[in-house]
Design a protein around this ligand. Structure first.
Ligand code: GLC
Length: 540
């Protein structure tokens, strides 16, 4: 399957307004993306996914689209998009764009007409609201001047479309073609589980004020309805009618891995994000369960699974795993785990720099609409990237940045980490390079509790120590890569049986790739909260 690029692709999510700013307005743009494409090529990813750059009032960071066929002036022009995608393809990078079919912006001409009483049934208007709640908090209904209410599963500025209306279906099929004709390699389908609502819009009837907690865990009359699959069965032939395997990946939340797998298959979408992996807690048991169930479900539908640790909606994984040194150690280990798994991996910009969530943004700069409704905000993972320099905005652009970067980020910039031994950026580069030679099924290896180890058919062995003490693991082969930024023990100390590993033993010795750190039993010491890759081809 030489053409099935997406089955094992590493896809890098570009949150456009925070990636790179070319014109000094403090907002990232398509020229900024274009200028930095060589960085992504050198990082070793296969594709980029661009978050929405369409015309938008930007109430929800562009997920409120006013014109699906144009670039918002703050991000550039269609010509900038064409130039960017041409360069990306010339560098061997594929480009996936976001499509937002569940709702439009309230500034979309259709909604403006609907408010004026024209073609209102392209949206969901009712005389009385039901008990449905917005994902961003509060009721999912807003009343308009003539007394009717419209449905918005997100912000009131994002009215839900009525997918029972033929205009809606025709419009999005045309939008797909518009971007496919411009050369995109695929789509990330926003809220892919949301477009069809249960007939009659029945009340949920329970968990008032907390319906959002059922997302991905229970059944809701506004999510994951069986009829949503008809939409994807209509989209797939459109994707398949273009050369070069154009794909779609669903942002879908479903009650079980089985229901999530229904979005994927030869007649529907190619992939679905696997948020269970992102939600796994720092324990071998938690990761193992998710990996086993994801692989099993993917095998049934004959599609590769996907792995994701961070995105623009979730606190960054460094911070989820404990923040500070511990969080970073675990995040680096989780990344080696993810990149060793079969399937495709989605990386979120900045994770390759080990960026933490910015927790102390002043309220007045926060822009997430959810913040106003719930007090929770996703802005902390959207702070513009540090590229170089010693002061904010660290080379993000010639002006400022729409969210301020912390004063502590100078050492995390791309320039600071490039070529620095043991840096997170160099770890990602090495891992992405080695990943390209990794293939085949996964077999679990026997280990002690809270240690995960598996072998890929091509020979790579990945071991992860999820305990807070060092553990001894067999030497499955030469060490190819270690997530630990900390020094490893001198051989002599371990040889002498000093197995109680504390920092003092390791001070003078940095890990050398390809060098085994042998313990007395001929095994390897795997420090707390770290992962290692071994070349296990000879021991398989
Ligand atoms: C998706 C996006 C999120 C957005 C929401 C509404 O979940 O990832 O950023 O707020 O859809 O479009």
């Amino acid at each position: 399957m030489s053409d099935s690029w997406w089955r094992s692709a590493a896809v890098y999510q570009v949150y456009v307004r925070s990636f790179a700013d070319s014109d000094g307005d403090g907002i990232g743009d398509l020229r900024g993306v274009r200028n930095r494409l060589p960085y992504l090529r050198d990082l070793g990813v296969d594709a980029l996914w661009l978050t929405p750059f369409y015309r938008s009032p930007m109430i929800d960071g562009g997920y409120d689209v006013a014109d699906y066929r144009d670039v918002d002036p703050m991000f550039g022009t269609l010509a900038d998009f064409d130039a960017m995608i041409a360069d990306a393809h010339a560098l061997g990078l594929r480009v996936i764009v976001d499509i937002v079919p569940n709702h439009t912006s309230d500034a979309h001409p259709w909604f403006v007409s609907a408010l004026a009483g024209v073609d209102r049934d392209r949206y969901i208007f009712r005389d009385r609201p039901n008990d449905w709640e917005s994902i961003f908090g509060g009721p999912a209904w807003t009343q308009v001047a003539d007394g009717q209410w419209y449905l918005h599963l997100f912000d009131p500025s994002q009215p839900d479309l009525n997918w029972e209306h033929p205009d809606v279906r025709a419009e999005f099929e045309d939008v797909l073609r518009f971007w496919l004709d411009r050369g995109v390699d695929g789509f990330r389908v926003d809220v892919a589980h949301g477009m069809i609502k249960a007939a009659g819009l029945p009340d949920v009837g329970f968990m008032p004020g907390r319906q959002v907690e059922l997302l991905g865990r229970g059944r809701l009359p506004y999510f994951d309805q069986d009829e949503v699959h008809e939409i994807y069965r209509a989209w797939r032939p459109i994707l398949d009618s273009y050369p070069g395997e154009r794909i779609a990946v669903a942002e879908a939340w479903a009650e079980t891995p089985q229901r999530l797998a229904r979005y994927v298959g030869p007649d529907e979408l190619h992939q679905a994000f696997n948020f269970d992996f992102l939600d796994a807690t720092w324990s071998a048991d938690s990761f193992r369960k998710v990996i086993d169930s994801s692989l099993a479900e993917a095998a049934i539908v004959g599609a590769p699974t996907t792995w994701v640790l961070s995105n623009h909606d979730k606190p960054r994984h460094v911070t989820r795993y404990g923040d500070g040194d511990v969080g970073l150690r675990r995040a680096r280990a989780a990344t080696l785990l993810m990149l060793a798994l079969p399937g495709s991996a989605y990386l979120y910009q900045g994770e390759e720099l080990g960026l933490p969530e910015v927790l102390d943004l002043p309220d007045e700069v926060r822009q997430d609409p959810a913040f106003l409704r719930t007090g929770l905000s996703r802005d902390g993972c959207r702070v513009p990237l540090p590229w170089d320099g010693t002061a904010p905005p660290y080379g993000f652009g010639p002006g400022g940045s729409w969210l301020p970067a912390p004063p502590s980020w100078a050492g995390l910039s791309v320039a600071a980490q490039t070529g620095a031994p043991g840096s997170t950026l160099e770890l990602y580069r090495a891992a992405l390079r080695l990943r390209r030679t990794t293939a085949g099924d996964l077999t679990w290896l026997q280990t002690e509790p809270d240690v995960l180890a598996f072998r890929r058919a091509s020979g790579l062995v990945c071991a992860v120590n999820l305990t807070s003490s060092p553990v001894h693991v067999p030497a499955w082969g030469p060490v190819l890569l270690a997530s630990s930024p900390a020094p490893l023990p001198p051989l002599s100390a371990v040889d002498q049986g000093q197995t109680a590993v504390d920092g003092s033993l390791f001070r003078d010795r940095m890990p050398l790739i390809g060098e085994e750190i042998l313990d007395r039993r001929g095994g390897v010491v795997l420090p707390a909260d770290t992962a290692m890759w071994f070349d296990g081809a000879a021991t398989g």
